[in-house]
Design a protein around this ligand. Structure first.
Ligand SMILES: [Zn+2]
Length: 324
């Protein structure tokens, strides 16, 4: 039995689940940010104990605890460094603090994008594949890479930061401080910034949003589904940048499947997935493009629970080293 904890800026999703993904208990609570990270972590442990009790289990029945949380993490995966959306959290030893508060249970931390990749791999659209690249385009662009049946973390626990690979050298400014990042073209926040400048003030996107300054990809997707010309053009631009990104990743990693979340999952087959598959195939050698799967993420609103369980199923480097 696994305990999953997904820590977001405003909410925490906790669950007890079986290895096969069946949930035995689940709960979402507001994220308590007291300004004292140690107190916040102690509170998480308390709620976690309650959820385990709700599942009708003694704590000792839990085999592993997985925690999905905003990065960055340190290179040992033990500490959370300074997530912008967790004020008061600076260099917090979450792994060991939770382990101590939960009677020594093994605790595994993963950044939220890696945890989501693990979740889709174990429980969602990536089930059964050996190599998977997960990419989600919400406010920012998060990524996770599973290669040959194992999450690839890299030297700084920073692998999979696909959102900050350069799509256009010295291109659009990215919120990370660099320029031309994938996120500056595919991220929701960057797209909203662009819409404020380019969306026609009298157009359907502006109407749905209540003004161009409030426009986001949500209204672009809706207007595009209605056939609005500007929105379709914007989607076409998004598809081109997304396909470009996937082609680069395919030549680098040759994965079995791309699992694409949020905007792509919302936009669906006709608007995004089909055109992107076509563009990707056009820009790959046929031998490499053949059989490459490009799918929408499946977990949707259930993702937070499964992200915690996914993190619980990832091995820690020390486990790998001792089993090697
Ligand atoms: Zn960036």
């Amino acid at each position: 039995m696994l305990l999953g904890i997904d820590v977001g800026g405003t909410k925490v999703a906790l669950c007890v689940g079986e290895l096969g993904g069946a949930l035995r208990a689940q709960r979402t609570v507001p994220m308590q940010l007291s300004g004292d990270a140690r107190r916040d972590v102690a509170h998480l442990a308390e709620v976690a104990r309650e959820v385990v009790a709700e599942a009708g289990l003694p704590l000792a029945e839990i085999e592993a605890v997985g925690v999905s949380l905003p990065g960055p993490l340190d290179a040992e995966g033990a500490r959370v460094l300074n997530p912008p959306n967790l004020p008061g959290w600076h260099d917090v030893p979450v792994r060991d603090a939770l382990r101590d508060a939960l009677d020594g249970l093994p605790v595994q931390l993963e950044n939220d994008a890696n945890a989501a990749a693990l979740a889709e791999w174990h429980f969602g659209a990536g089930r059964g594949f050996r190599s998977l690249v997960y990419l989600t385009m919400s406010t920012g662009v998060g990524g996770g890479v599973i290669l040959d049946g194992r999450l690839h973390r890299g030297r700084n626990w920073s692998a999979g930061e696909i959102g900050h690979t350069a799509l256009v050298w010295d291109g659009e400014p990215c919120f990370c401080g660099l320029r031309g990042c994938v996120e500056a073209y595919l991220g929701g926040r960057a797209w909203a910034r662009r819409l404020a400048q380019v969306a026609p003030p009298e157009g359907r996107v502006a109407e749905l949003a209540g003004g161009t300054e409030h426009a986001t990809p949500v209204q672009v997707v809706q207007a595009a589904k209605e056939g609005d010309a500007f929105a379709l053009q914007e989607i076409g631009r998004f598809n081109g940048h997304l396909a470009h990104t996937l082609v680069n990743l395919t030549f680098t990693l040759d994965p079995d499947v791309f699992v694409l979340g949020t905007i792509v999952a919302a936009a669906g087959e006709e608007l995004v997935l089909e055109p992107v598959r076509r563009l990707v195939r056009e820009h790959l050698w046929p031998r490499i493009g053949q059989g490459l799967e490009i799918r929408a993420a499946e977990l949707g609103k259930r993702l937070p629970y499964y992200a915690g369980l996914g993190a619980a199923l990832s091995e820690s480097p020390s486990t790998e080293a001792s089993s090697a």
